[in-house]
Ligand binder design. Structure first.
Ligand code: SF4
Length: 364
């Protein structure tokens, strides 16, 4: 049975699949999408799945579970990458490890929603929650240390998300359970104590706003506070404490520096990107308006003056949007940002081509 299904899939690929860019789906007998893939040559890529060794190889295990295969061509490898991302988001196939390569390298700062938001470092961002994400960043460990410094400097909580909060201005009867007893961070002055009525909700929210403004590069209050404490310690000849505070300042400055570089990188992924079609078919050349690392508009490369004017107007309205970028990325857009960043990192000549085209347009 498995052999017969395998042979039938292989025969259909050999008969009909072409070596053009595209995506493919491997499906179980009940129609579940088991795996989505993409390639600049669909036929060759599909055939490699059938050459894999069972059971050692993941490809061979997917084929053993699959009952059918289907594929769609895309105008280019770039278009295939975008289409694959969209299919993975839609079907969530269990054999796809989403953005596996990048996930190992990146980390995000997550600011949770709710009455006492918490700032912490995560490896992945979920489109479904109401948290705000900042990133992506390299170096989760270093990032974790810097975020801890920020939490300490601003007195933000870092306890588990299900810890019961009890603000100073919250009526006693609204508190169903006992308050968190004796947290060390409160005892040593590193948390304002939103769980033990030591701070009002508004005062805690002020601290969160300061964190947001710091992450947005709008102010550096946490650094100024630490620097003042450092100078005070030096004046009192408390050199050990002054040195510890100096290290904290350095870590926060490095976080600030990473943020400004990130904002620059995201901003630099804003342009019109034209990609020639691989099949040489009319309409296969595509234009993408990319703004802050996400595709905002896509169309065929204009063939006449009217279509060119329409694309120019569209691009101007998208790229001319100068609304303040605060370093945060909506969770549902993070995968696309990672994909585009990865694409242009792997294809630097494409980025240069786009930059040259922009320079030529500006000079015209
Ligand atoms: S003092 Fe309370 S809110 Fe702050 S970290 Fe400790 S348990 Fe969490």
């Amino acid at each position: 049975m498995v052999e017969a299904r395998r042979d039938a899939m292989l025969a259909s690929i050999k008969d009909s699949a072409r070596d053009l860019p595209g995506t493919y789906r491997l499906l179980a007998e009940d129609g579940e999408v088991l795996y989505v893939g993409k390639s600049k040559g669909v036929r060759g890529r599909l055939l490699t799945h059938f050459r894999a060794e069972y059971p050692r190889d993941k490809s061979a295990r997917i084929i053993a579970e699959s009952a059918s295969v289907s594929w769609d061509y895309e105008p280019s490898e770039f278009a295939a990458s975008l289409a694959e991302l969209r299919l993975i988001k839609r079907f969530r196939p269990r054999y796809n490890v989403m953005m596996k390569r990048d996930a190992r390298h990146y980390a995000f700062i997550r600011l949770t929603a709710g009455p006492a938001p918490k700032l912490h470092v995560v490896r992945t961002a979920h489109g479904a929650d109401r948290s705000t994400y900042y990133g992506p960043f390299h170096g989760a460990q270093q990032l974790g240390v810097a975020v801890r410094e920020l939490n300490d400097a601003l007195g933000l909580r870092d306890c588990s998300l299900d810890t019961r909060m009890h603000f100073a201005d919250q009526p006693e009867f609204a508190v169903a359970e006992a308050r968190t007893p004796g947290c060390i961070r409160f005892e040593i002055g590193r948390c304002a104590g939103p769980c033990i009525a030591a701070v009002s909700q508004a005062a805690y929210e002020d601290r969160v706003s300061t964190a947001r403004a710091f992450l947005a590069g709008e102010q550096d209050t946490p650094i100024r506070v630490l620097r003042a404490a450092m100078e005070e310690s030096s004046a009192r000849l408390e050199f050990e404490r002054a040195a510890a505070l100096r290290d904290k300042v350095a870590r926060l400055e490095s976080l600030q520096d990473q943020f400004s570089r990130l904002r620059f990188a995201v901003e630099s992924l804003s342009f019109v990107y034209t990609v020639p079609g691989a099949g040489g078919e009319a309409g296969a050349d595509r234009a993408y308006v990319i703004h802050r690392g996400r595709v905002r508009h896509e169309c065929a490369v204009p063939r006449d003056a009217a279509a060119q004017a329409a694309l120019t107007a569209k691009a101007e309205s998208i790229l001319g949007n100068r609304a303040r970028e605060n370093g945060s990325v909506p969770a549902h857009e993070i995968d696309e940002l990672l994909l585009l960043a990865s694409w242009f990192r792997q294809h630097p000549s494409e980025l240069e081509r786009t930059a040259r085209a922009k320079a030529a347009r500006d000079a015209a």
